[in-house]
Design a protein around this ligand. Structure first.
Ligand code: ZN
Length: 575
């Protein structure tokens, strides 16, 4: 770990313009510099570098970031190596520190707590009391054998409301420890603690160091609406950063250089039972870019093996972007009607899976399989051209991209050159639409003005909180700014986007921050944006108060109704 102060020191000693000019030809335009974007194909420059804010943003493809992210992306270097390289250039010595003792202790305690929970859930599963449930559900219905139960460390949460709490007490763990690990909850009414998981089959989620970091719990109660409950995020578990089963499958994946991606825990377990071991699950949530990059560390090729129903097939389509972006070769397995990986493995075994795999489709034929181009209107066809062109843009490997484009052009019956052009215009167009939305959006304007003139923050802060924003995305950026200002009494875009894996967030921040304002338009535009947002805030409060008023009147609570009326008037009844 490198101390944050050192990273700040390196940032201050580094000039983004100087670094980027070592890779691209920069031309000065206004306050900023422009270049042909290295991250997408274009003829006219839309890649902008701001020396004031020390960021870059491409108005063509949306890529943005600071000097660290530019080098990470352009040189394919991990963050830590970029920091070391820039430190060397700036003659700064790095004193790396081990994670502070306290932090390490917390992490160790949570891991220990999870270990105790695995042990407890396994004990319950093998106890005489629950034998019939286990036999009926796991062995008969799910057809999971003893070997798999042990291998995947499956367990059971019983009926007791504090079974784990009592067991953990004997292992020197307090209820508060269990809360920290996401395994217990505290009742707000009584102040008492109770187990988070009850009457559920427990599936431990294990990280690459073979430590349990979270749990998935499958209900065993009929009619229970929440089929699955998962651990909340904790100090050692971030949702969307893990792939279920990767700890078990990583060797098999490395060996074959291929991975099956399935949806659920039981798909992984059933495939493993029939001898297919290079399998991971996205576990419910749709695939994230982190998961895609994680997988790309172990394999070059991915077979998406999702349920045959439309939800499963939609999930497959949605995952493609990230997988392409991570440099993976993706094929899609189309299961027979009404089946899923779990049922196929149990009914037909390994051979059928290999058979389906050899018939897996490339993305384009998969996308086109229900589409008849002949019956498609011009608009539909144009949309499809743009969609495939945009997807082609995401493939970083030039050879693979070129193959994808020719195959897409071939399928659509158009000239590949046309598709190539469409690819650059389609991303540029969508970015233009986005810029236009940002232009007319007072919320984005206000953020952009704050980046341009950080001194404004004091007066804005006292009038607006993140909840007052309509756009959740912009609210997040505002919250980040406020948070940074409160902690560091300054706004620094570089730190705001450091090491942030959320490309959408970073792209939006750099797009907003790259906007230039003339000195004489700042005050009037700030006032305009603030007025708009405050009106929006008043309107929202008024709507809420009016709803409360309706309720109070209906309930005959005259006193409350009276009070609400006064309050509503205070917010300007008629404006
Ligand atoms: Zn670009």
């Amino acid at each position: 770990m490198i101390p944050e102060e050192t990273i700040d020191q390196i940032r201050q000693a580094t000039d983004i313009v100087q670094v980027i000019s070592g890779y691209l030809r920069l031309k000065k335009r206004g306050k900023n510099y422009l270049a042909i974007c290295p991250f997408h194909t274009e003829k006219t420059p839309s890649f902008s570098v701001s020396p004031d804010k020390q960021i870059f943003h491409c108005f063509g493809c949306g890529k943005g970031g600071n000097v660290f992210s530019f080098l990470m992306e352009h040189e394919k270097m991990p963050f830590i190596d970029v920091v070391r390289m820039l430190a060397k250039n700036a003659n700064i010595t790095i004193h790396e520190e081990k994670g502070t003792d306290l932090k390490r202790k917390v992490l160790e305690r949570v891991t220990y707590t999870n270990n105790v929970a695995v042990e407890f859930f396994q004990k319950i599963l093998t106890s005489a009391k629950y034998k019939s449930i286990v036999d009926k559900y796991l062995k008969q219905k799910r057809k999971i054998n003893k070997e798999a139960i042990e291998y995947f460390q499956l367990g059971l949460a019983g009926e007791e409301w504090d079974g784990l709490i009592k067991y953990a007490a004997g292992r020197d763990l307090s209820p508060e420890d269990l809360v920290q690990a996401g395994l217990a909850l505290k009742s707000e009414k009584t102040g008492k603690h109770f187990d988070r998981f009850r009457q559920r089959l427990m599936i431990p989620i294990i990280n690459l160091s073979q430590k349990p970091i979270a749990f998935g719990g499958r209900t065993l109660k009929k009619g229970e609406p929440a089929k699955y409950i998962n651990s909340p995020e904790t100090s050692i578990y971030v949702k969307g950063n893990n792939l279920y089963g990767l700890n078990f499958a990583k060797d098999a994946i490395r060996e074959t250089n291929e991975a099956y991606v399935v949806e659920g825990y039981f798909d992984v377990i059933s495939l493993w039972q029939v001898g297919v071991k290079n399998v991971v699950a996205s576990s419910g949530t749709s695939f994230t870019s982190q998961q895609a990059r994680l997988l790309a560390r172990f394999a070059d090729k991915v077979y998406l093996f999702f349920d045959a129903d439309s939800a499963g097939q939609q999930a497959a389509l949605r995952s493609i972007d990230y997988l392409f972006n991570a440099g993976l070769d993706v094929k899609v397995i189309v299961p027979p009607e009404g089946e899923d990986p779990d049922s196929i493995a149990l009914k037909y075994g390994r051979e059928k899976i290999e058979d389906l795999k050899s018939n897996a489709l490339d993305y384009i034929p998969y996308r086109m399989r229900d589409i008849s181009l002949g019956n498609m209107g011009l608009i539909g066809k144009e949309k499809l051209v743009k969609e495939l062109a945009a997807l082609g843009d995401k493939i970083s490997d030039p050879t693979r991209r070129s193959l994808f484009i020719s195959s897409a052009a071939d399928t659509l019956g158009i000239d590949p050159q046309m598709l190539r052009e469409s690819s650059t215009t389609s991303t540029a167009q969508s970015q233009q639409i986005r810029n236009k939305q940002l232009d007319n959006n007072e919320e984005a304007n206000l953020l952009s003005l704050l980046f341009a003139t950080p001194g404004l923050i004091d007066s804005v802060l006292e009038k607006l909180s993140p909840e007052d924003f309509d756009s959740r995305k912009l609210a997040r950026i505002y919250a980040a700014i406020v948070n940074q200002y409160r902690n560091k009494s300054a706004i620094n875009i570089g730190t705001l986007i450091d090491n942030n894996d959320d490309e959408d967030f970073v792209s939006l921040v750099t797009a907003i921050a790259s906007r230039e304002w003339d000195a004489d338009e700042i005050e009037s535009n700030t006032n305009k944006a603030l007025t708009a947002l405050l009106a929006q805030k008043r309107k929202r409060i008024r709507t809420r108060l009016k709803q409360e008023l309706t309720v109070a009147e209906a309930e005959g609570d005259h006193e409350k109704a009276e009070r609400l009326m006064v309050e509503i008037r205070g917010y300007g009844l008629y404006d």
